[in-house]
Design a protein around this ligand. Structure first.
Ligand code: 9YT
Length: 132
């Protein structure tokens, strides 16, 4: 059984900062669940372009206001508490935070720890990460 709190993660290796966000990685590959689970805070006024080529991600908003643009069709969806989006087609997308967004994010396959976005807004798969 794993019991863990956000407070335990703050300031540790499981807290990863990027220019537009900070990700607290509650569950990682090494925890053996088959997925990783993070609490991600997106900074207000930011726009983040992402394309998780190697991962599926589901995102559930618990606080804040923003919007999600799907590049393929140009559709724009409001993001607010209670809204989930799932990138089931590795969709290229842009996330805009009007206010600070607090999101619960799940990745399959699980992240291993310190990943941050590459130039395309992707995370590497493990083989790429260990090769570089
Ligand atoms: C919504 C999103 O993907 N934000 C980027 C950070 C990512 N969720 C993470 O690593 O926690």
């Amino acid at each position: 059984m794993i019991v863990r709190t956000l407070a335990e993660i703050l300031g540790t290796e499981r807290e990863v900062h990027a220019p537009n966000w900070v990700s607290r990685r509650l569950l990682l590959k090494q925890d053996g669940m088959g997925f990783s689970m993070h609490e991600t805070t997106i900074h207000p006024g930011t726009e983040t372009r992402m394309w998780y080529r190697h991962h599926l991600e589901a995102v559930y908003c618990v606080a804040g206001e923003g919007e999600l643009e799907v590049i393929a069709d140009g559709s724009v969806h409001p993001i607010a508490p209670g809204t989930l989006y799932a990138l089931d087609r590795h969709d290229r997308h842009i996330l805009r935070a009007r206010t600070e967004l607090r999101l619960v994010c799940v990745f399959n396959p699980p992240l291993t720890g310190r990943e941050t976005h590459d130039k395309d807004g992707a995370y590497p798969i493990e083989d790429e990460a260990t090769a570089s």
